[in-house]
Write a protein that binds this ligand. Structure first.
Ligand SMILES: [Zn+2]
Length: 70
């Protein structure tokens, strides 16, 4: 799986070429990181070290039950 990643902010967004909603997310991502170093990488290269751009704006946080590390 491919993704776009900002080397400066260490954020990535997954690329789903068939998904129109993803095109919008991509535009927002590129707008936010305009002037930064945005590269296309394999998901395996960003996993763990970069944070998901889409998770940041997600309102619902169902999976954050054991997040006492914060
Ligand atoms: Zn950036």
């Amino acid at each position: 799986m491919r993704c776009k990643a900002c080397m400066k902010c260490r954020e990535y967004v997954l690329i789903h070429p068939e998904d129109p909603a993803n095109q919008e997310v991509m535009k927002i991502f590129e707008g936010k990181h305009r002037g930064h170093t945005v590269v296309t990488l394999d998901f395996n290269e960003v996993k763990g070290t970069f944070k998901n751009f889409q998770e940041e704006k997600a309102e619902e946080s169902e999976e954050s039950s054991d997040s006492e590390e914060y």
